[in-house]
Design a protein around this ligand. Structure first.
Ligand SMILES: Nc1ncnc2c1ncn2[C@@H]1O[C@H](COP(=O)(O)OP(=O)(O)OP(=O)(O)O)[C@@H](O)[C@H]1O
Length: 271
């Protein structure tokens, strides 16, 4: 669930920059191969021969925005709108197809559930690996591992393999690693949705703390109330395009109106 990275291309120029992130005309196209409804025979005979169609998916188109230091930015939009793609590009995990991403500082990302952890290892072992992947030294990781493990409140489970965890328990480990690595820029993708009420409360206190110390924070969520509570700015993506940027409540309102209009148009078509 967690992928921590120190992005090689998108790195600090100066601590004095008023910006945390600048995205300029960013477009990202995925290239993927697929077989259009193959018959069983085709599937068997073509297996391993690479005879597959290539499909391009334009996930982001000409997205531009800048983020000043001190911003907690919510990213909203329907399924497939491009939110995670944007986050991956800002974290330096996905290179832009065209355009530019500049990030001032070390990005710590907590991406969608299930990515990055080795489930056969324990929570504590994954904490150590996560810290090293985030670019911390062995000594720094050793110093912090206990605190990170304790923060999860998982008790004895912390030393059990992660494949014995529920998704909420996994989310606790991921969140704890991400927030304890003293990131300049914290990126969180839907991790809060699997937590229980106690965890969400604890996470939201921690994020408020980090908002003070980090240069910027990004939160992707379908839970619009967490965006409204935790963020001071918001962008809305639709089919890979930036629709609006502004105060969270205004952007959420516009998005909700858009979703309702779309729903009633579909309902009319169905009549
Ligand atoms: N690895 C990939 N290979 C090919 N296409 C991808 C890949 N990842 C995402 N896509 C496509 O890119 C588009 C944007 O996906 P993305 O995951 O960024 O959306 P999202 O807004 O985060 O969606 P959700 O709210 O459902 O998580 C979608 O059309 C998706 O099918």
């Amino acid at each position: 669930m967690i992928l921590l990275s120190v992005s090689p291309e998108v790195v600090a120029e100066s601590d004095r920059s008023p910006y945390a992130v600048r995205v300029e005309d960013l477009s990202i196209t995925y290239r993927t191969t697929f077989e259009k409804k193959p018959t069983l025979k085709q599937a068997i005979t073509r297996l391993g021969r690479g005879q597959r169609a290539v499909k391009e998916i334009q996930a982001l188109t000409d997205v531009s925005f800048d983020v000043k230091v001190g911003t907690a930015m919510g990213i909203i939009g329907s399924n497939g709108a491009g939110k995670s793609t944007l986050m991956r590009a800002m974290a330096g995990i996905l290179p832009p197809t065209t355009g530019k991403v500049e990030v001032w500082g070390k990005a710590s990302t907590l991406l969608a559930l299930g990515v990055g952890f080795n489930k056969s290892l324990s929570g504590r072992e994954n904490i150590i690996l996560g810290g090293l992947a985030a670019g911390l030294s062995r000594k720094e990781v050793e110093e912090r591992a206990d605190e990170v493990a304790e923060w999860t409140e998982l008790g004895d489970f912390i030393d059990m393999p992660m494949n014995t965890y529920s998704s909420g328990m996994g989310a606790r480990v991921g969140f704890s690693v991400a927030v304890h690595m003293k990131p300049d820029i914290l990126m969180i993708d839907e991790a809060l949705s699997t937590g229980d009420a106690h965890f969400r409360e604890k996470a939201s206190v921690k994020m408020a703390e980090l908002r003070e110390s980090a240069r910027a924070m990004f939160l992707i969520s379908h839970g619009l109330s967490s965006i409204s509570e935790m963020c001071n700015e918001c962008i809305w993506l639709d089919k890979g395009r930036l629709m609006m940027r502004g105060a969270p409540d205004e952007v959420i309102d516009a998005y909700m109106r858009h979703v309702k209009v779309k729903k009633s148009a579909t309902a009319l078509e169905e009549m």
